[in-house]
Design a protein around this ligand. Structure first.
Ligand SMILES: Cc1cc2nc3c(=O)[nH]c(=O)nc-3n(C[C@H](O)[C@H](O)[C@H](O)COP(=O)(O)OP(=O)(O)OC[C@H]3O[C@@H](n4cnc5c(N)ncnc54)[C@H](O)[C@@H]3O)c2cc1C
Ligand code: FES
Length: 368
């Protein structure tokens, strides 16, 4: 039975041959970054100090050849082939909250813009009775809805609400773009209605607010990427952050714009908060015109000592992250969560699950 060791943390774990490395690390609550779980975002990078893993199914942009040659691997795409010794990257920066399995009830479903919904959930604690759900602003959770005796539809969504609202009010809010034929989002207003049950597993993701950082904070959102960016901006301001907090919210058309009142209210309450609504086509007077990343990069912002958080479409997140790093912002100061659509078969393989337990079709779960 292979052993996975992380000497810096004095950790030694048993694994099965061909186990998925990320799955083993998560099972042992190792504080590793991860996000997409399918070789696209590069968050789960770690250093293979010795031993053998088989890497499969990842994008070159997530692990360029030059990094692979330096011994970096992606845990989510690594099959264990023997004893392995690892080093985590930047382990000081990690905040790890225990993963919870919650049952919630829908208490709000309102349209924020055409086909973009705010979904509000009330938590009923079932896994650790009475223990609040703790997450860091910017993280996400997997929402699942049981649609039949043997089918559950699940997708990842970022919390738009703040950790404080979960801890003290037992409430979570998500912003979900509905596609009528979307397997999960198409359920909004049908299987997901006031009073229905939604399962929540999480929190997950490493693109979360870093409370100890003392420089300016830039939050860049495309579409519903505004959800985690709002959570981060509100948390930073409520925590008493004194440096500038600047939020860029990008949309394709003026009709898609939402969140304006909430952002304006934050700007009234906090002198160090500014925001820009950026619209690609037909921007109204007072809004910025263009693509959100281009506007951020074109503004005379000094990014020295700043952190930039990004969320939304993979195209925006990948392009702007790369441009920021090219401009000299350290890799560790760019925190990006791209809203990748799931690849069911690959993810099942990556996490070592049989195909029948993929995100799309899973064993039914008892409602409590
Ligand atoms: C870490 C993370 C966080 C996320 N956070 C959010 C969030 O806060 N808010 C949010 O809205 N999403 C978020 N997503 C994306 C979300 O998980 C889903 O991938 C997305 O909502 C699509 O699910 P679906 O049920 O609508 O479509 P699926 O059935 O999964 O369809 C897959 C893709 O096909 C497209 N599609 C389906 N039907 C059609 C059609 N008729 N015409 C054209 N395209 C079609 C869908 O738009 C989708 O892009 C996040 C993803 C990740 C990985
Ligand atoms: S590349 Fe492994 S979690 Fe995204």
């Amino acid at each position: 039975m292979p052993t996975i060791s992380i000497p810096a943390l004095a950790l030694h774990m048993q694994a099965d041959l061909d186990d998925n490395l990320l799955k083993v690390l998560r099972r042992s609550k190792v504080p590793i970054h991860y996000s997409c779980k399918q070789g696209e975002c590069g968050s789960c990078k770690c250093v293979l100090e010795s031993g053998a893993v088989e890497l499969h199914g990842y994008k070159d942009t997530a692990l360029p050849e030059v990094q692979r040659a330096q011994g970096l691997i992606l845990a989510c795409c690594s099959r264990i082939k023997g004893d392995v010794q690892l080093r985590l990257v930047d382990s000081d920066d990690y905040i790890v909250h225990p993963e919870r399995h919650l049952v919630t009830t829908v208490i709000g479903l309102t349209e924020l813009a055409p086909e973009v919904f705010s979904l509000r959930l009330k938590i009923r604690y079932v896994d650790r009775e009475g223990e609040p759900f703790i997450f860091s602003a910017g993280q996400y959770a997997q929402l699942s809805v049981q649609t039949g005796p043997h089918t559950t539809i699940a997708r990842d969504f970022s919390m738009a609400s703040t950790p404080v609202e979960a801890e003290y009010d037992d409430e979570l809010e998500f912003h979900i773009r509905r596609t009528p034929t979307g397997a999960f989002s198409g359920l909004l207003g049908r299987a997901v209605v006031l009073g229905s049950a939604v399962f929540v597993d999480g929190p997950m993701g490493s693109s979360h607010f870093r409370p100890r950082h003392e420089g300016a904070l830039y939050a860049v959102a495309a579409g519903t990427g505004l959800a985690p960016m709002l959570s981060i901006a509100k948390t930073a301001l409520d925590n008493g952050k004194l440096e500038p907090v600047v939020l860029y919210a990008g949309f394709k058309t003026p009709q898609e714009v939402y969140g304006r009142d909430e952002l304006a209210d934050l700007a009234r309450r906090f002198a160090n908060f500014r925001f820009h609504i950026v619209v690609e086509q037909g921007a109204h007077a007072g809004d910025r015109s263009g693509r959100v990343g281009d506007v951020l990069l074109g503004d005379p912002n000094s990014l020295d000592g700043s952190k930039v958080y990004l969320a939304g479409s993979p195209a925006m997140v990948e392009a702007v992250s790369a441009a920021l790093i090219e401009r000299g912002l350290p890799y560790g100061d760019v925190h990006a969560d791209a809203f990748y659509a799931p690849r069911a078969v690959d993810e099942a393989a990556a996490l070592g699950a049989p195909a029948a337990e993929t995100e799309h079709v899973a064993a039914p779960r008892a409602e409590v």
